[in-house]
Design a protein around this ligand. Structure first.
Ligand SMILES: *[C@@H]1O[C@H](CO)[C@@H](O)[C@H](O)[C@H]1NC(C)=O
Ligand SMILES: *[C@@H]1O[C@H](CO)[C@@H](O)[C@H](O)[C@H]1NC(C)=O
Ligand SMILES: *[C@@H]1O[C@H](CO)[C@@H](O)[C@H](O)[C@H]1NC(C)=O
Ligand SMILES: *[C@@H]1O[C@H](CO)[C@@H](O)[C@H](O)[C@H]1NC(C)=O
Ligand SMILES: *[C@@H]1O[C@H](CO)[C@@H](O)[C@H](O)[C@H]1NC(C)=O
Length: 677
């Protein structure tokens, strides 16, 4: 270990003497070839990384283009660079880029997420901001993201085994990589761009069905698409090298104790620089939990021992932004646990891009350990935050209006219950996200109690009889027992005659981490599964079902008409859509919608789905980046599932709920049995 550190110290001295007292160069001035020829990419040598034959300590931060409004990309990248980092790392979200099978969207589509998807511009912008890029195309990315970034249409194949060498999976992976990689190949450092390395898969050693042919297939597909940069894998070092390939650089992910993980890594890879791909300097939240925080010092981000190793990178989950729309993932810990909308990681930058104490701690550490010493931009200003005036609920659409206005193509009949992925919509891709309604019209003869039972709903169930929401049971202390990923029974007293029994199920996000079984994530009511499933009326399986697929696509929400005026005379009943408008007279500011008076649902700003709220917390406010607002009239639309409130409030500060300080053990947060990233 000693000789390693000495070589690096000498390299640092040489670098600082070359540039002496003059202003240091920018990154691209330093690493460029004089004539732009014979550029060598990133090389991992025993004494450290070399870029274009010069020593480089990679100091990177994770910033996911699909979690930040593109108008704010430059601000966030500059803040990263101003902290002293020289590299930005991003995952690529396959499921957003292929919203329907064989339909590709790299920012030019008309999909709800299209605004985020111009990945080429993001990578080019990183170079303009004097940053290098590490690209992590997956195809599986974990990332607390819906289904680990994989498209849900894969689940239409009942034999699907994602993340393995199962041929139909590899076939789709190849189509994805063949669409993505040609778009970024010319952005590699070796061809004048910023990309210095690409990752294969993600934390594959944590998976329970490792098939190395799959990794080999990924590697070959990268090469076939002109990728000649350094390839790497990233895993918990305690898992050894079983999730990697010979010749591929192994990097470590951890929180807390750097030394143990680096020693583990060196034990199986003694001839390469040690590198941390993800240093968890914070953590994410599930609904029903408190907001995770970690301290800025000690073993967290401010721990300089983590940075002083010969070559280390990617210490902090820098800023993660927001799981907009329905994009949040979930875990099994061991029960289903969906992630919240905010992806504020208690990192160096907050969800809204504000500096936190950790930012200044890492800036100090980066200044001490950077190789080479480079010119940094000044710290950009923070955005202005504003609490827009409170609005009354101006208009609404009843539950029956919503169903009536659902697109005709999203209303159909099925004989036996099937999951949303198998619905005959979206040109053979099924329904990926949102809500699904299974409706049964019944004719009651006698006056006996009718027993309705169904489950396991995936994920959040509501029973609505003749348009009336049925209350959840309460426990002995009066606490509501939500119908979440379980079976529920209702004893109904129905008068003679016709009734509609509606089972409205919300997909709260597919699991993004775990074993193969946890990626079996059919949503709605699964069909014939191995475990016990019901959809019963008086003990008999319900058949011949009317389905309404409620995707809440932006184009549909924006186009809704026939709003009823809310005069406040009669309290509104959920499920309900409400809408109010407000005027912004000037430049819009960042704001937060305060949903603490509401119960559960989703919020749209000018038709864009900001994401879920749920009063179980921890999160109580939803971040609205200023670029989603406009000068003049703005519209806010809320779909409330349980109990609407009569006004809509804004706040100038986020409320992510009561905090809980999280401690890390050797491998991750102490109380989690399964970890995800
Ligand atoms: C670039 O590489 C070519 C082929 O290896 C070599 O002939 C040439 O001298 C190199 N040029 C420079 C400037 O190093
Ligand atoms: C109800 O409250 C009592 C007293 O706090 C507690 O002991 C009990 O476990 C609670 N019951 C449930 C179902 O949470
Ligand atoms: C389950 O499978 C059995 C046998 O194939 C079939 O009879 C039954 O209708 C199926 N039930 C559902 C709900 O799909
Ligand atoms: C918008 O509404 C009109 C009239 O109801 C309808 O014809 C059209 O298909 C709708 N467009 C979308 C994108 O839903
Ligand atoms: C969560 O926060 C509440 C309110 O501050 C506190 O009473 C509770 O103990 C916290 N729970 C955990 C697990 O930290």
């Amino acid at each position: 270990m000693h000789s390693r550190i000495i070589i690096w110290t000498m390299a640092m001295l040489m670098v600082s003497s070359v540039w002496g007292e003059q202003e240091p160069p920018t990154l691209y001035e330093y690493f460029a070839s004089p004539n732009g020829e014979n550029v060598t990419g990133l090389v991992a040598e025993i004494d450290g990384f070399k870029l274009n034959a010069r020593p480089l300590r990679i100091i990177s931060g994770a910033m996911h283009y699909f979690r930040i409004h593109p108008a704010l990309w430059r601000d966030r990248l500059r803040k990263l660079r101003a902290s002293g980092a020289n590299t930005v790392e991003t995952y690529v979200a396959w499921n957003l880029h292929e919203p329907r099978k064989d339909e590709w969207d790299f920012g030019t589509g008309e999909n709800d997420n299209s605004v985020f998807l111009d990945i080429r511009t993001y990578i080019q912008m990183a170079k303009q901001e004097d940053l290098l890029v590490l690209l992590r195309p997956g195809p599986y990315i974990c990332s607390e993201f819906e289904f680990g970034g994989m498209p849900s249409y894969l689940l239409r194949d009942p034999d699907m085994r994602v993340r393995t060498a199962y041929q139909p999976y590899l076939d789709r992976v190849k189509v994805y990589l063949d669409n993505l990689l040609p778009l970024v190949a010319d952005l590699q450092f070796t061809r004048g761009g910023p990309i210095i390395g690409l990752q294969l898969e993600n934390e594959y050693a944590s998976f329970d069905q490792i098939e190395l042919e799959y990794l080999e297939f990924l590697q070959q597909t990268y090469w076939d698409n002109g990728i000649d940069s350094l390839l790497f894998t990233s895993d918990g070092a305690w898992n050894g090298d079983k999730g990697s390939l010979p010749g591929v650089l192994k990097t470590a992910n951890f929180g807390g104790d750097a030394e143990t993980s680096f020693n583990d890594l060196l034990a199986f890879q003694p001839d390469k620089p040690v590198m941390c791909m993800e240093f968890w300097c914070g953590w994410f939240d599930h609904w029903f939990e408190n907001h995770s925080t970690t301290t800025a010092d000690g073993k967290g981000c401010g721990n300089s021992r983590s940075y002083s190793w010969p070559s280390v990178q990617g210490f902090c989950q820098y800023l993660h932004g927001t799981n907009f729309g329905f994009n949040a993932g979930a875990n099994h810990i061991p029960e289903y646990a969906p992630d919240i909308t905010s992806y504020d990681y208690d990192g160096p930058l907050s969800e809204a891009g504000d500096y936190t104490p950790k930012y200044y701690r890492i800036m100090e550490a980066f200044a001490r350990y950077q190789i080479p010493v480079l010119k940094r931009p000044p710290l950009p200003l923070q955005s202005r935050k504003f609490a827009y005036p409170t609005l009354p609920v101006q208009t609404y659409l009843l539950y029956s209006d919503i169903l009536e206005k659902a697109p005709a193509s999203n209303k159909f009949q099925i004989q036996d219950r099937i999951s949303m992925e198998n619905f005959p919509i979206n040109e053979g891709s099924g329904q990926s996200q949102g809500y699904v309604l299974y409706r049964k019209a019944v004719n009651i003869m006698g006056s006996d109690v009718t027993r309705f039972s169904a489950g396991r709903v995936r994920d959040f169930g509501l029973l609505i009889v003749d348009d009336e929401l049925q209350p959840f049971p309460r426990d002995e202390n009066g606490t509501v027992q939500y119908w979440l990923n379980s079976v529920q029974e209702y004893d109904l007293t129905l008068a003679e005659g016709e009734h509609t029994l509606d089972l409205l199920i919300e997909n709260m996000g597919r699991v993004n981490f775990g074993a193969l079984w946890s990626f079996d994530q059919h949503k709605g009511l699964a069909g014939n599964r191995t475990e016990v499933e019901y959809y019963h009326l008086n003990g008999e399986e319900i058949r011949d079902i009317d389905v309404v697929s409620l995707e809440f696509k932006s184009s549909w929400v924006k186009n809704l008409t026939g709003w009823r005026t809310n005069d406040g005379a009669v309290p509104l009943k959920a499920p309900v859509l409400v809408q109010s408008s407000f005027v912004i007279d000037g430049q819009p500011s960042d704001t937060f919608v305060d949903m603490s008076g509401w119960s559960k649902g989703i919020v749209f700003i000018n038709g864009f789905n900001l994401g879920r709220y749920f009063n179980v917390g921890p999160q109580q406010t939803l971040y609205v980046p200023a670029p989603f607002l406009r000068f003049g009239e703005n519209t806010i639309t809320i779909f409330e599932q349980l109990q609407p409130h009569d006004e809509i409030k804004f706040s100038a500060t986020p409320n992510l709920g009561p905090t809980a300080v999280r401690k890390f053990g050797q491998y991750g947060p102490l109380h989690l049995t399964q970890r995800g990233h």
